[in-house]
Design a protein around this ligand. Sequence first.
Ligand code: GLC
Length: 425
Amino acid sequence: MTQKMIDQAKAVMRKNDRGLYTVPTQGLYPFQWNWDSALSALGFAHFDEPRAWTEIETLFAHQWEDGMLPHIIFHQPDDGYFPGPDVWATGRAVPTTGITQPPVAGFAVRRIFDRARDKALAVEKARALLPQIHAWHQWFFANRDPQGTGLVAIIHPWESGRDNSVDWDAAFERVPTEGVEPFTRRDTSHANPEHRPTDEQYKRYIWLVQKFRSLGWDNSKLHDASPFQIVDPGFNAILMRSCADLADLAESLGETQIADQSRAMADKGIAAMETLWSDAHGQYLCFDRSIGALVDSPSIGGILAAFAPIPQARARAISERIKVLAESCTYLVPSHDPTAPEFDALRYWRGPIWLIVNYMISDGLEFAGQTAVADRINRDCLRLIEQGGFAEYYGPIGAEPCGGDTFTWTAAMVIEILSTQKVPA
Ligand code: GLC
C-alpha cells in the first residue's frame, strides 16, 4: 500500500515536471509558483536529489535585484491563466509577478541538506543558495516591516498563499474596485466556480495589482501605499522558521555572519508573535496593520504558527485547539473553524484542508512534543489521499477532492509523510 502510494505520487510529480521546474497542476496553474516549488522539492529529494536542488535553483534564478522572490515565474506563455504577465507588467526578461509568497525555501533547503545522501552536492548547492535566501529574508524586514516590529505584513492576499481566507474579509472591504480594468477569469473554467474565490474578491485582487503596477513595483513604496497590510501569524511563522533553519544551516557551513543575522531575526520575530496570541480563541490571530487591530477570525493561519519554534505553552494550547476543531469535522485540519458562520466546507481557503499546511503544522507540533495530534494529522492526510487521490485540497467533513487534480505539492507531501514519519496504521 505504502509503496503503491509513493509510486503514484512520483508519477504525479513527473507529470508536472517541466525539466527545470514543476507546475502545480496542468491547466489551472501552468507556471512555477514560489512556495509550491520549495515544498515540492522535499518530495523530489526522496527519489531524485539533483532534481530537488534544481527546483529551488530555478526559483532563485528569478529573484529580484532587491531580494524579493516573486510568487509566480511565467517561464512559458500560456493564456489559460489570469492575471498573466501583461497585467503584472513587472518588466522582467522572464516575466514574474511583483508580489511574493510564504518564505518556506529556507526550511526546505535545510531539510533537504540535512537528509542528503549526496553530501558533496548538498554542500555545493546549499552554499550557493544561502546568500540568496538570506537576501530574501532581509528584504522582508526592510520592505514589509518599516517600523521594525519584528513581524512582516503581506500587502496582497495572494502573498499569504491562502487566497480567499476569511481573515482578509474585513480588510478587503477597504480595497476599492473603482477603475479596475475589465477582465475574464480563467480559473473558473478549470475548477468549479462554487469552490473558487468570488468575482468581488477578484476585482479587489486586481485593484491591488494595478495600484502596485502604477508605483512601478518599487518595493520601497508599496507597503505604505497599500490599503491592505496584514500581519499573518502563519506567514510570519514560516519566515521565522526559515530564518532559524537558515541560521543552523549557515552555522554548519561556517557562514557565521548569516547565522547570527538569521538567528536575530528569528528571535525577534518569535518574541513579537506574542502580540498576536488570543486567549479567547486559544490560537494566534492576524493583525490588521492599517487600522492597528487584531482580526477576530479563527482561521488556520493562527494554527500554522506552530511551525515556528514558538513557546512550549503555545504549542500545547494549539494542540488543544486542534482537538476542539476535531469535534466539528471528520478530517484535520480545516482552514477555518467549522463552527464559525463564515466556514464554507468546499470553498478554497474558507474551510477545506490543504496537505502542505497540515504537514507544516504537524512538523512543528512534533518538534514541540505534541506527537499525538501530529500523528493524527498525518494519518488524516493519508486517509484523504486514499479517498480522493492527489487533489489540490479536500473537504474536511466529506473528504471531497476539490480544485485541480494530480497536484504536485500534494504528491510531494505524501512522499514526505510516508518516507519520513511514523504514521500509525
Ligand atoms: C493557489 C493557492 C496558492 C498556491 C497556488 C498554486 O493560488 O492559494 O497557495 O500557491 O494556487 O498552487
